[in-house]
Design a protein around this ligand. Structure first.
Ligand SMILES: Cc1ncc(COP(=O)(O)O)c(C=O)c1O
Length: 329
C-alpha cells in the first residue's frame, strides 16, 4: 500500500493546484451517536475546508483553478441550482484569484437574495437565471455564455455542474489520502465511508483513492439527485477517467450507491433528513443541510438503528452545505 500511495501522491503533485482550502480538515469521533448506537462513528469535517464558508467543492476547485490559471484564463463560467454550493465557492475562488465569475443558475430570480445567492452577489459574480431545473438546460446556457464571452476576447474556463470532471475530481483523490493520514493519526482504521453523492465527483475521487491504494474498506454514496443505476454508472465513468489521468484503474465493484433516501428528488426535503438534521444538532452540535448531508445522515442513522453497521467503524464525510439553512423560499 505504501508504494502505491507514494505513486499516487507523486501523480497528484504533478497537477497545478491553487491552495484555497485550510486542509487537512478535522476528523473526530461523534461521541453521542457512537454511544446511542453502540457503533464507532467518526466524522470527517469537509464542511470546515475553511474557504468561502467551506464544503467539499473547495477541494475540486483547488485543481480546477490551478488548471485555469495555468491556461492564463481570466473568466470562470459555471452553472447549478439557485442555491448551488459549487457556484458560491466558484464565485469565491474567482474573487480570490482575480478572475471574473459568471454563474448560470436554475430558477427564477427571487425578490430577495438569501443563502448562497446572497453570497454570490457579495462576491461580485455575474448571475444569469434560467427557469429550469434540468441540468442539461443549464449546461447548454452556460456553454452559450462561455462562447459569447470568448467572442468578446475573454479567456474563459468553463466548469461543468459540480466541478465533476477528472481534474476537479483529483481533489477528492487527495481527500482520500488525507483520510488515510487521519487513520494513522487516530490509530484507527475505518471500515466504511458514507457521504452524500450528487453529481458523483466526490464519490468518484474517493473510489479512485481506494482502488489505487488498495484500501480495504467500503464507500457508499447516498444519492441526492438520481436513481441508483444512473448514479453508479456516472460515478464509475468519472472514476475510470480520473484513474486513467492518474495512471491507475478502478473496479466497478467499488462503486456503491443507495438511493433510498432521495425522497421526491433533488433539493426536496424529506422527513427523515429533518430528523437527522435535528439529531446531529441536538446530540453533536453539528449542522447539516437539507439537500445533501441531511439525506446522507438519514441513511447513516437508519442503518445504525437497523444494526446494518454493527461491528464496523464508520466515517461519515460531512460535505458542507449549511449555507442553505439561511435560504428562504
Ligand atoms: C454540500 C454538498 N455535499 C455533497 C455534494 C455532492 O458532491 P458531488 O456533486 O461531487 O457528488 C455537493 C455538491 O454540490 C454539495 O454541495
Amino acid at each position: 500500500m505504501e508504494k502505491k500511495l507514494r505513486y499516487l501522491e507523486k501523480r497528484l503533485r504533478s497537477f497545478p493546484r491553487e491552495p484555497l482550502s485550510l486542509a487537512p480538515t478535522p476528523c473526530h469521533r461523534l461521541n453521542s451517536l457512537s454511544q446511542i448506537y453502540g457503533v464507532e462513528v467518526y466524522c470527517k469535517r469537509d464542511d470546515l475546508t475553511g474557504f468561502g464558508f467551506g464544503g467539499n467543492k473547495t477541494r475540486k476547485l483547488e485543481f480546477l483553478i490551478g488548471e485555469a490559471r495555468e491556461h492564463g484564463c481570466d473568466t470562470l463560467v459555471t452553472s447549478g441550482g439557485i442555491q448551488s454550493n459549487f457556484c458560491r465557492l466558484t464565485a469565491a475562488a474567482g474573487a480570490a484569484t482575480g478572475m471574473t465569475v459568471h454563474l448560470v443558475l436554475g430558477g427564477r430570480r427571487p425578490k430577495e437574495a438569501t443563502g448562497n445567492l446572497l453570497l454570490n452577489e457579495m462576491l461580485g459574480a455575474q448571475i444569469y437565471y434560467v427557469d429550469s431545473t434540468d441540468w442539461n438546460a443549464l449546461e447548454a446556457e452556460s456553454e452559450r455564455i462561455a462562447r459569447e464571452l470568448k467572442g468578446k476576447g475573454r479567456k474563459v474556463f468553463r466548469i461543468p455542474i459540480g466541478g465533476s470532471v477528472p481534474v476537479g475530481i483529483a481533489g477528492y483523490v487527495s481527500a482520500f489520502i488525507e483520510v488515510l493520514e487521519d487513520e494513522i493519526r487516530l490509530k484507527k482504521s475505518f471500515d466504511h465511508i458514507i457521504h452524500a453523492s450528487g453529481s458523483g465527483g466526490t464519490q468518484a475521487g474517493l473510489v479512485v483513492g481506494k482502488d489505487m491504494t488498495g484500501w480495504k474498506g467500503s464507500i457508499t454514496g447516498i444519492s441526492v439527485a438520481m436513481e441508483r443505476g444512473s448514479l453508479e454508472r456516472k460515478v464509475f465513468e468519472l472514476a475510470m477517467e480520473t484513474a486513467t489521468l492518474l495512471g491507475g484503474r478502478v473496479s466497478r465493484k467499488s462503486v456503491l450507491v443507495d438511493d433510498n433516501f432521495l425522497g421526491a428528488g433533488y433539493a426536496i426535503k424529506t422527513d427523515r433528513a429533518e430528523k437527522a438534521i435535528e439529531l446531529f444538532a441536538r446530540k453533536e452540535g453539528i449542522f447539516l443541510d437539507h439537500v445533501y448531508t441531511g439525506k446522507a445522515a438519514s441513511a447513516l442513522l437508519e442503518w445504525l438503528s437497523r444494526g446494518n453497521l454493527d461491528g464496523q467503524r464508520i466515517l461519515f464525510l460531512h460535505t458542507g452545505g449549511q449555507v442553505e439553512l439561511f435560504a428562504r423560499g
